[in-house]
Design a binder for this molecule. Structure first.
Ligand code: PEP
Length: 247
């Protein structure tokens, strides 16, 4: 199973920050068995591509993709556009897109259909809110998200899918889920994958939510964790590298 260490830079980096990030990051040994994917803001995709293209260990990902092919959709980026910027990956269904920009599971399903027919690997985010967790309905919520997101997809079996379990209460809070929770939820997700006949596809299951240098080794040791989707801790090159180095 492939391993992934994915950086979601959200809307944080300036070109100046990116320059110093790569000056530092590219001076390090990036040759372990884990794939690095950097997801900058879309306006910086070409810039990051130019800085990173000499290093084959680094791939580029978009933080989002439009469900539409082209047309009058102000502010959106199409599959074709992100491919032109050399993206091999695209995050879809991030909780910030869902909560702040009101994206639904149906929107995520439409985006997955677009990516399923392309050579761009989807990084599909799912996760429950604190309220849902405290009401004891985490599994039900995740199962429903799964069913809606994977509804009516004619799976491209040669394709890799990345699913990131990101409990919303753990994102950007400094409070990661504990290893027992991660293990039992990842096990549960694997069962759903089997149920919906996704098991013939190549699926990587990542954890995301306040991963940092201190908790990374412990979480990575959990069976069924194939890597991380990392927000805050990915915008500092040394910190991100130290996490990558634990793989
Ligand atoms: C994220 O936004 O996907 C994320 C995991 O953020 P953080 O690492 O900051 O919790």
């Amino acid at each position: 199973m492939s391993k992934y260490c994915i950086a979601n830079w959200k809307m944080y980096m300036s070109k100046k920050n990116i320059d110093s990030y790569f000056e530092n990051f590219l001076s390090k040994d990036l040759n372990n068995n884990c794939n690095i994917v950097i997801c900058p803001s879309s306006i910086h995709l070409d810039y990051v591509n130019k800085l990173s293209e000499s290093n084959k260990s680094i791939s580029l990902g978009s933080q989002n993709v439009s469900e539409y092919e082209n047309g009058a959709y102000t502010g959106e980026n199409s599959l074709q556009m992100i491919k032109e910027s050399n993206c091999d990956f695209a995050i879809i269904g991030h909780s910030e897109r869902r909560q702040i920009f009101h994206e639904s599971d149906i929107d995520v399903n439409n985006k997955l259909k677009v990516l399923n027919n392309s050579n761009v690997t989807p990084i599909i985010c799912i996760g429950e809110t604190l309220e849902e967790r405290e009401s004891g309905i985490t599994r039900e919520v995740l199962k429903n998200q799964f069913k809606r997101i994977f509804n009516d997809i004619n799976f491209n079996l040669s394709k890799e899918f990345i699913i990131a379990y990101e409990p919303i209460w753990a994102i950007g809070t400094g409070k990661s889920a504990d290893t027992e929770t991660i293990y039992s939820i990842h096990k549960f997700l694997k069962n759903i994958i089997n149920e919906i006949n996704l098991n013939n596809c190549n699926i990587c299951l990542l954890y995301g939510g306040s991963v940092n240098e201190e908790n990374a080794s412990e979480i990575l040791a959990v069976d069924e964790v194939d890597g991380f989707l990392i927000g805050s801790a990915s915008i500092d090159a040394d910190v991100f590298y130290n996490i990558y180095n634990k793989f």
